[in-house]
Design a protein around this ligand. Structure first.
Ligand SMILES: N[C@@H](CCC(=O)N[C@@H](CS)C(=O)NCC(=O)O)C(=O)O
Length: 235
């Protein structure tokens, strides 16, 4: 019998969003329970995930937390096009390369994007430029052979599952000038063509857009910006 799978999530959380991309890519049946993270967590949810964060995954009687680890658990449990096993020919190297790519994206680039969202004025412009420079320097070379996906793959891989929900933001939010300066898009298109092509291929995939709700993400992002700016002014 297939194990019961329940995903506790909020679709506007990019970390949680990764898990449903993985579940859909793997063709797994799962139940979705939406958690309202704009209010304190219920005792019922805290009993599931004492950290109070989304996502959490109930899998065959086990509770798993932390999006990256949940995704890794799923791709390890269900061999697929997303990732080779370490014992397959080329598997260990593919796992290393994808791990290196995902780590590089988050440790060297994406933080600047998040900063640009939160900051305003010169600080926002500076963070946006740092994001573009970091993508050009660190990510662009790693996507030289994307066809259209990571390392020549014609289908999504774990690299896209771990980054897709963040790419949705990168390619959507600069259209909303109350959130980000629009030069981000033009600069990425001109200076990071591999990243631009790859990112657009990723966000065109049905499993990536399945529960994407731009309006809600924009609304929540504006609320987050307001809260952040109020906290700074209160200091
Ligand atoms: N490292 C965690 C991050 C998860 C996370 O930050 N979730 C946020 C929503 S995007 C959350 O649950 N926030 C609720 C809160 O902080 O109260 C993961 O990857 O699962």
């Amino acid at each position: 019998m297939a194990p019961g799978i329940t995903l506790y999530t909020a679709h506007h959380c990019p970390w949680a969003y990764r898990c449903q991309i993985a579940l859909r890519e793997l063709g797994l049946e799962f139940e979705t329970i939406l958690i309202d993270i704009t209010v304190p967590r219920t005792a019922e949810y805290l009993a599931i995930n004492p950290r109070g964060l989304v996502p959490a995954l109930a899998y065959d009687g086990h509770i798993l937390a932390e999006s990256g680890l949940i995704v890794q658990f799923l791709v390890d449990s269900y061999p697929s096009h997303l990732l080779k096993s370490s014992s397959e020919p080329g598997g260990a190297l593919q796992r290393y390369s994808i791990g290196f790519f995902v780590d590089t994206y988050f440790s060297k680039a994406h933080t600047f994007f998040d900063n640009a969202v939160l900051f305003s004025g010169e600080e926002e412009t500076s963070a946006a430029k740092k994001y573009i420079d970091a993508v050009v320097k660190n990510i662009e070379p790693l996507l030289d052979d994307a066809r259209p996906f990571f390392a020549g793959s014609s289908r999504l891989t774990l690299a896209e599952v771990q980054t897709g929900s963040f790419l949705l933001r990168v390619f959507t939010l600069p259209k909303h000038t109350e959130i980000l300066p629009s030069f981000i898009s033009k600069s990425l298109e001109d200076k990071a063509p591999n990243f631009w092509r790859w990112g657009h291929a990723v966000i065109a995939e049905k499993t990536v857009t399945a529960v994407w709700d731009e309006e809600t993400v924009v609304k929540r992002t504006l609320e987050k910006i307001k809260k952040h700016r109020a906290a700074i002014q209160a200091k």
